[in-house]
Design a protein around this ligand. Structure first.
Ligand SMILES: Cc1cc2nc3c(=O)[nH]c(=O)nc-3n(C[C@H](O)[C@H](O)[C@H](O)COP(=O)(O)OP(=O)(O)OC[C@H]3O[C@@H](n4cnc5c(N)ncnc54)[C@H](O)[C@@H]3O)c2cc1C
Length: 402
């Protein structure tokens, strides 16, 4: 292995990779990001940042920009049972006593979060970005990692002391280090759409789960210009090429006045519940979708990726600086995997079952009992919202003064 030329290579410039790189660069490390695409992708994906991920964005210095560009929301969970018209609303319960913020969640497309992260990263002296650079292989020894890539001008080699693979669910890094991706793939396809439609005129809150075995969907407000995200499901056996041909039938049945909706963007997705068998292999760490993939119902995918990186970047920076032994990274890997496998993944699977597979009336009644018992009771809603923070794990680097 040649002498490492940078402290950390980050593979993949999704939101998790860019924010990981930002955290490391802000700690004074040299960080190189490799991304196969020419720019940040803008297909409709994550857009909800729950209250307990916002502190991490604040620590990275990006929260003011996220607040300025995003939609701030106080709305809690809303379930709308399509067939009966029942609406179970948690309502607007402030968490300001805990968060210090006059809102709970922020809605903002993940591409825009990525662009904010990139702006901040580019201002860091130790950071460098390589677009159009597709990683093809990873080797490592006791001193560092060596990455081969196809760059804009042909094959390239990069070396570093550490590598963070944030290259998404199909991660080349994960495969190159021989880590399995355990779990299952769902037999449905999700179709994420950005549509213009006056959902608020029909009583929709900022974030809604529409419960129905045929017309189940997640409907969330993207901004104040009338743009909404509607994510629905269809059979994976249907041809992906004709998603757009089938889409009008869904919207005609779904929205109260079909003529009014305007499609701006759409993207079909396969969905999985999977986790890498370990989030660490020697000097290679996996975070975000490269480490774990979930169906997006409940918005826990990027949430978990953010929570991974918030703990990883200070721990890795401390290891690189020689302040901590590298077994701290084993603790990070084990804790983050546990949070995903034992909490996030089962929770997302339950949300998916409720929204899209409510065929059994008795089961539906049982599923609705919990949310109904909380709705309209501010103390219970407050407690339920705080309970979600169990997805976080504690910092592994001693906090100054703490
Ligand atoms: C419809 C939908 C809605 C969602 N909604 C939510 C939500 O509301 N809340 C939430 O928390 N999550 C949500 N998610 C999940 C969320 O989108 C993902 O968890 C998130 O994108 C993960 O970010 P990431 O940075 O880990 O990976 P990605 O965003 O997948 O980024 C990976 C990057 O790596 C690059 N790359 C891949 N291979 C290579 C290679 N070999 N070399 C170099 N670069 C490479 C890719 O081009 C890409 O830029 C949703 C997902 C879907 C599908």
């Amino acid at each position: 292995m040649t002498t490492p030329t940078t402290d950390v290579l980050v593979v993949g410039a999704g939101p998790v990779g860019l924010l990981t790189a930002l955290g490391l660069a802000r700690s004074g490390l040299d960080v190189t990001v490799l991304e196969r695409e020419p720019t940040i992708g803008d297909s409709p994906r994550a857009m909800t940042y729950l209250w307990f991920v916002l502190d991490g964005l604040a620590e990275l210095g990006v929260l003011p920009d996220v607040e300025a560009e995003g939609l701030r929301s106080l709305d809690g969970l809303t379930l709308r049972v399509h067939r009966t018209g029942e609406v179970v609303e948690w309502g607007r319960v402030s968490l300001e006593d805990v968060t210090g913020r006059p809102y709970n969640n922020i809605h903002l497309g993940q591409d825009r979060l990525g662009r904010i992260a990139l702006r901040h990263l580019e201002a860091q002296p130790g950071a460098s970005m390589h677009w159009n650079t597709r990683v093809t292989g990873v080797d490592q020894d006791d001193d560092g990692v060596r990455v081969t890539a196809e760059g804009p001008d042909g094959p390239e080699v990069f070396t570093a002391r550490w590598l963070v693979g944030t290259d998404g669910a199909g991660s080349t890094v994960r495969q190159a280090v021989g880590l399995g991706f355990e779990g299952m793939t769902w037999p449905e396809r999700f179709v994420a759409t950005n549509v213009r439609y006056p959902f608020d005129e029909y009583g929709y809150n900022d974030a809604n789960m529409v419960v129905d075995p045929r017309l189940g969907a997640v409907v969330a407000k993207i901004d104040d210009t009338g743009l909404w995200r509607v994510t629905y499901a269809e059979d994976l056996a249907l041809p992906v090429e004709s998603v757009l041909d089938r889409m009008p039938a869904f919207f005609e049945a779904f929205v109260p006045s079909p003529g009014e909706y305007v499609l701006e963007h759409h993207s079909p997705y396969r969905m999985h519940q999977r986790a890498a068998e370990s989030f660490r292999a020697g000097r290679v760490l996996l975070a975000g979708d490269a480490a774990h993939a979930t169906n997006p119902t409940g918005g826990l995918g990027l949430t978990c990726g953010l929570l991974d990186l918030y703990v990883l970047h200070p721990a890795l920076a401390a290891v690189v600086r020689g302040e901590l032994a590298d077994d701290v990274l084993d603790r990070w890997a084990a804790e983050r995997r546990q949070r995903f496998v034992e909490i996030a993944s089962p929770m997302a699977s339950e949300f998916k079952r409720l929204v899209y597979h409510s065929d059994d009336p008795d089961r539906l009644e049982a599923d609705l009992a919990g949310p109904r018992s909380i709705a309209g009771d501010p103390e219970k809603v407050h407690a339920a919202q705080l309970g979600m923070a169990g997805l976080r794990s504690a910092p592994l680097v001693p906090v100054a003064g703490g």
